[in-house]
Design a protein around this ligand. Structure first.
Ligand code: G4P
Length: 527
């Protein structure tokens, strides 16, 4: 037996958050390159522009749209550590999935496009991280292209995110004349050389300041000037403030040409905290050396069409996991034999033999597992309840082929259990016309696609005029049902939800009839 504390200390579990196109996929590929996982050059993550597809795109819809809808987990070695990279969905819409993945990470890299700065999706994802107090490392990417003034970018981070940016590296040159990076901690200047297509690691040369001044001329002077300004502004790195999410170390670079990739990986090892004891429902930490326990943070069906299976993704929280181990599923109290435990990277599956705190494993055919569930060995544990999110998009689902009613029903309940959307039912319509409620509209596309392709049940999703939901009770439901512009429906977890067309009307109702129970749904961070 290995000591879980020692193994946990070797691990770093993190996600990358970014606005689409900022370079998340490219950076992921380069991480694998520097982790020694790609022997034939980068390009394994996403088939885009003729690149090789191996790890991320498994769903047809993903491929059609060229986006990554599902979350995958990549594990790779770096230095003497094990890095677990959880991939957050990269689409423009938001789904609950994103929140859940971020609930399973210890840190996040925020990738910004150096010519754009903070974009809408960056901001939203950042807010989730802030709510969870997740430490953020900032990577300002695409420095090989014309970029904005670096000091201006720092101001933007500070002003828009209320996060103190502290540059750890500072660029010498930009665009075509991007030469390298100065490490502000040591003063070292690392000069890089481009490789063809960025397919192999960029050669690095440590250049002393006198030589740099001669060889880089104005570029060097500009960089020095920038650093002096930073020193005056007293941007100083502080580990504690980083870990509490108040301060972000900033790295510059170019994922495409591999400039700065090693520095950010080093930062993941040197700055990001290793997995720590997770708090249980009563707020007590589950020590790392306790018997095995894990938390389900994602459930995914039919990842492999040939197998029609269902995988529960679980982050190990304590102890050592050994394949074949019989674990207890806390909510049902039932034993589950982990004969088929995998590490899953998109389509590629490898059997996992052992895992430790911070690692992610996929359990095949764990049919009763739901997001937030605890599994354990010997010593029971319950995790804090996973908040359900306030939906603001609604559709009524109707089957287009009445002979497929059974497939339709089982498909809807499957997607409900996976948490792809929330499913609500009105007493009068019930299973025939369930209401689907989502945080972002892309969730509906996924439902429609999967119902048709996996369950053979084509559907139409009829737009609805509701915009806001509140949790209510039976007594208030009676009163609400008599009003216009409001519908009351059951959610599958038993909650009663009142759906309103107009938020203003809801506000008035709340003011005029305070006796009605109209509880806000928990949005992440409010719980
Ligand atoms: P995403 O996952 O965040 O959506 O972004 P992705 O890595 O797919 O990158 C989006 C585009 O930006 C890609 O170009 C990619 O090559 C480019 N890119 C990423 N990092 C850098 C960088 O450091 N420098 C430069 N110059 N470009 C970068 P594309 O044309 O959309 O795709 P492709 O055909 O080049 O693959």
């Amino acid at each position: 037996m290995s000591d879980p504390r020692v193994e946990a200390a070797r691990r770093r579990t993190f996600a990358i958050i970014s606005h689409p196109d900022a370079g998340k996929t490219t950076l992921t590929e380069k991480f694998l390159l520097y982790g020694g996982m790609l022997t034939t050059g980068a390009g394994a993550v996403k088939a885009k522009g003729g690149r090789r597809s191996a790890t991320s795109d498994w769903m047809e819809l993903e491929q059609q749209r060229g986006i990554s809808i599902t979350s995958t987990v990549l594990q790779f070695p770096y230095r003497d550590r094990v890095l677990n990279l959880l991939d957050t969905p990269g689409h423009r819409d938001f789904s609950e999935d994103t929140y859940r993945v971020l609930a399973a990470t210890d840190a996040a890299i925020m990738v910004l496009d150096g010519s754009k700065g903070i974009e809408s999706q960056t901001r939203k994802l950042f807010e989730v991280c802030r709510d969870r107090e997740i430490p953020i490392v900032t990577f300002i990417n695409k420095w090989d292209r014309p970029s904005r003034d670096p000091l201006e970018l720092l101001d933007e981070i500070e002003e828009q995110l209320i996060l103190e940016p502290v540059p750890i590296s500072w660029p010498v040159g930009e665009g075509d004349r991007f030469r390298g990076l100065i490490d502000r901690r040591s003063g070292d200047f690392v000069r890089y050389t481009r490789t063809v297509g960025g397919a192999s690691e960029a050669p690095e040369e440590l250049v002393d300041h006198a030589r740099a001044a001669t060889e880089e001329g104005d570029l060097w002077l500009d960089a020095q000037e920038g650093i002096e300004l930073l020193d005056v502004s007293e941007r100083v790195f502080d580990q504690k403030r980083f870990e509490s999410g108040e301060l972000s170390p900033v790295f510059f670079g170019s994922a495409l040409t591999n400039f700065g990739v090693r520095m950010i990986l080093d930062a993941m090892v040197d700055l990001v905290p290793s997995p720590s004891p997770r708090l249980d429902r009563d707020g007590n930490p589950r020590a790392l050396e306790k018997p095995f326990s894990g938390i389900v943070f994602k459930v995914q069906a039919n990842m492999d069409k040939a197998h029609r299976d269902r995988i529960a993704f679980l982050r190990v929280c304590s102890g050592q996991f050994d394949r074949g181990m019989v674990v207890t599923h806390e909510p049902t109290g039932k034993p589950f034999a982990t004969k088929y435990a995998h590490s899953v990277s998109g389509q590629e599956r490898e059997t996992v033999e052992q895992a430790f705190p911070g690692d992610v494993i996929g359990l095949v055919n764990a049919t009763s597992f739901r997001v937030g569930d605890a599994v354990f060995v010997d010593e029971p544990v319950q995790w804090p309840l996973v908040p359900s999110f306030a939906p603001s998009h609604f559709r009524v689902a109707r089957t287009l082929d009445t002979s497929k009613a059974k497939q339709f029903r089982s498909g809807i309940s499957q997607l409900d259990e996976e948490g792809v959307v929330q499913v609500l039912r009105e007493p009068d319509f019930g299973d025939q016309a369930p209401i689907l409620a989502a945080v972002g509209p892309l969730q509906f596309e996924v439902v429609q696609h999967r119902l048709e392709n996996e369950f053979g049940a084509p559907v139409e999703l009829v737009p609805c005029s509701w915009t806001t939901a509140r949790i209510t009770d039976q007594a208030s439901a009676l009163a609400l049902r008599g009003m216009s512009g409001v519908t009351v429906a059951h959610r599958s977890d038993g909650e009663l939800l009142a759906l309103f067309e107009s938020p203003y009307w809801l506000q008035r109702l709340e003011a005029d009839q305070p006796e009605l129970t109209l509880t806000k749904l928990i949005a992440e961070g409010e719980g």
